[in-house]
Design a protein around this ligand. Structure first.
Ligand SMILES: [Zn+2]
Length: 491
């Protein structure tokens, strides 16, 4: 028997497959950078699909695609936002799921009843920061958070400015600075996205209701640090992160370590500021009186406790290489604690400190990049303050701020209740969870439109890579929940 809102799984798979073929890489995954021919092509695909479904379509001054369905009744609209651009060698689900859920949920809801409000599906351009080193550009423009001056300053690796990219693809940069998607027009904003972390998968739940959106404060710490000092700071960051996570919303990660004296072989693999290191390699000197057996006994204990594996490779010379494998993850999306984090760098740090210091090759110029995220600015700066205070034990400490973005403390309570109640009526289990990554929804919420987000699971928490995957039945559950919510919504 067909239950209400039975999603068309075949259609879901077809759309995902069609979109995966646009900007497809030989080695798997897709590349559809902001304002590239591939992004244009995927917008054309979406435009045609929505045209066939009776939407009126326009593009705004930034090049965002807006597909509208008016209601017979007067009143404001509901916006369903998403993006279809990708990182380099990205996956087939990030952004795309939001589009498929939006069009299918509106269809399913309309089959159930005629909606008493208009619908705008908005596909924001340039959500990924890959090309212009700043994310959520299309939504920032639409909600008035991007000035023309910003667009003139932001440029890609080929020194093309964002302003030129906008104007060359038919947009109008002179309109930047004022919001054109306004609160007068929209009563609610919804966005569905892959989780980019492992909470839903670990809990075995298909739909997450996002409570808040974290944003990062990023700091670069350096001094005349040896590898041991760096290891101590890495473990302090973890400890402080775990402490704050117990009493509030916070994650803290050292994702990147580099060595100023160019000796990156001392420790390799931690090279992305927003990623929990999945594999880290370091070298140790082997002195005659220390046997491999003594070291590996200690390392076995650390590896077991932290849920990582390691390889100890003796070299013919007087050193060995230790390669620690955990699991890479989104540093914003992955909760603290060893259930979720298999951080190869924190494990390696313990290993470095577990053996006599003369076994570690000398280095004196290590730089650490600390990423602390929370949905609460004050809480986040307290934690960062404590990290810096702790690092002052190793003087002289040089620190400088890399980023300081505005989080969303709470997504709309009323909409979250609508989503939770709708799921309950359908017999679909949900869980509340924060978003660790930034999304276009953040800009809608900052602008003042009541905003909600749904998450679907990401296999192994993977995102921004060809291995991204979300099972179709979970996407179908999100469609059901959103469709039922659209039917239940009141103004
Ligand atoms: Zn995305």
């Amino acid at each position: 028997m067909e239950t209400p809102f039975t999603p068309r799984e075949e259609a879901i798979r077809k759309y995902l497959g069609d979109i995966a073929s646009i900007g497809k890489n030989g080695t798997g995954g897709v590349t559809r950078l902001a304002f590239s021919p591939e992004e244009r092509q995927v917008h054309t695909y979406a435009r045609n699909l929505m045209n066939d479904r009776g939407y009126n379509i326009r593009t705004d001054a930034f090049g965002n695609l807006i597909a509208s369905k008016d209601s017979d009744q007067q009143g404001r609209k509901v916006m369903l936002g998403t993006h279809l651009d990708s990182v380099i060698r990205g996956g087939n689900y990030d952004g795309v799921v939001g589009f498929v859920v939006a069009i299918e949920a509106v269809d399913a809801a309309e089959k159930e009843r005629s909606l008493p409000y208009g619908i705008d599906i908005v596909i924001f351009r340039a959500e990924e920061s890959t090309r212009f080193n700043r994310g959520c550009l299309g939504s920032s423009a639409a909600f008035g958070f991007l000035s023309r001056d910003d667009a003139q300053k932001l440029e890609d690796n080929e020194h093309q400015t964002l302003e030129d990219a906008i104007n060359n693809s038919g947009g109008d940069s002179s309109k930047l600075g004022n919001a054109w998607l306004t609160t007068n027009e929209y009563m609610y904003y919804f966005e569905t996205h892959i989780e980019q972390a492992t909470v839903l998968e670990t809990e075995g739940i298909s739909v997450g209701i996002v409570t808040s959106i974290r944003a990062a404060e990023r700091m670069c710490l350096h001094g005349p640090y040896s590898l041991q000092t760096a290891a101590k700071i890495v473990l302090d960051v973890e400890k402080i992160g775990e402490k704050y996570a117990k009493t509030g919303d916070l994650v803290a990660t050292v994702g990147k370590i580099s060595s100023k004296d160019g000796n990156n072989k001392l420790i390799a693999g931690a090279d992305s500021i927003n990623t929990i290191p999945g594999t880290v390699t370091f070298t140790i000197n082997c002195l005659a009186d220390i046997t491999k057996k003594d070291i590996t006994k200690k390392y076995d204990t650390i590896a077991t406790r932290r849920g990582v594996t390691y390889k100890y490779i003796s070299n013919s010379q007087n050193f060995a290489t230790v390669s620690v494998s955990g699991a890479a993850g989104h540093s914003g999306g992955t909760p603290m604690g060893k259930v979720y984090r298999k951080d190869a760098l924190t494990a390696a740090s313990e290993m470095i400190l577990a053996i006599p210091s003369d076994l570690i090759p000398a280095s004196k110029n290590i730089i650490l990049y600390v990423d602390v995220r929370s949905n609460d600015v004050a809480y986040r700066s307290r934690a960062m303050g404590e990290i810096i205070e702790k690092a002052k034990q190793y003087p002289p400490l040089i620190s400088h701020l890399i980023e300081n973005s505005q989080p969303i403390k709470q997504l709309d309570e009323k909409l979250r209740t609508y989503l939770r109640d709708s799921a309950k009526e359908l017999g679909i289990c949900t869980i509340d969870l924060p978003s660790g990554a930034a999304h276009d929804a953040m800009k809608a919420a900052l602008y003042g439109i009541p905003t909600a987000m749904l998450f679907v699971p990401s296999r192994k928490g993977l995102s921004h890579c060809p291995d991204e995957y979300t099972p179709t039945n979970h996407i179908a559950d999100a469609i059901k929940v959103l469709a039922h919510t659209l039917c239940n919504l009141r103004g």
